[in-house]
Structures are given as structure tokens and as C-alpha cells.
Design a protein. Structure first.
Length: 117
């Protein structure tokens, strides 16, 4: 099982980044997919989630209206489009897969997003 994130980097406030997570080794469409983030000294927090067939999404209040989560079950990928980035969005971003019924989940290694001028 692998979840590999990409797309992180350094961006100025107000800029955009698109994170991508490539999944392999499991039946992707059986899993709800999420993006979490963790800033230094803080707990990991849920940023956005999309259900297994992409019917429903959830966003943390702090990113609502700025971030968009999407998935492609044919390509086994989940993306996070991040617009109007703020310095407080700086964190390590993690991809998470959670089985829609079973207590089974996976984490990626993370990708760093730094928003700074």
C-alpha cells in the first residue's frame, strides 16, 4: 500500500498550489480520501475530505472557499487545489485513506507547504 503526495513547495501569500496524492496497493474507490495538515508544535488537523465516489466533500472552516478537494477513481488520485494561500496554511500536508466501512486506513509521508513572502 502506498500513498505518495506531491506538489508542495514555497509560495507567496495569495498564491496557489495543487497537491496530488497517488494511491496504489488497495481498492481506491472503497476509501474516503482526506487531506490533513500539521504545523510545528500543533496537532494534525483535517483539512478536507471527499467520499469514495466524490459525492460529498467536507472542508475545515479555515480553508472553506479557498481549497477544493477532488478525486479521480480511474487514476487512483486525490488532489487538493489551494488558492489564496495564507501564512497560516504553512504545514506538512498528509494524504489519508479511510475505508468506507472497516476500521482501516493509510497515511502518506507528507509534503511540505510553506507560505511566505
Amino acid at each position: 500500500v502506498m500513498l505518495v503526495e506531491s506538489g508542495g513547495g514555497l509560495v507567496q501569500p495569495g498564491g496557489s498550489l495543487r497537491l496530488s496524492c497517488a494511491a496504489s496497493g488497495f481498492t481506491f474507490s472503497n476509501y474516503h480520501m482526506s487531506w490533513y495538515r500539521q504545523a510545528p508544535g500543533q496537532e494534525r488537523e483535517l483539512v478536507a475530505q471527499i467520499t469514495r465516489f466524490g459525492v460529498s466533500t467536507f472542508y475545515a472552516d479555515s480553508v472553506k472557499g479557498r481549497f477544493t478537494i477532488s478525486r479521480d477513481n480511474a487514476k487512483n488520485t486525490v488532489d487538493l487545489q489551494m488558492n489564496s494561500l495564507k501564512t497560516e496554511d504553512t504545514a506538512q500536508y498528509y494524504c489519508n485513506a479511510q475505508h468506507w466501512i472497516a476500521s482501516l486506513g493509510y497515511w502518506g509521508q507528507g509534503t511540505q507547504v510553506t507560505v511566505s513572502s
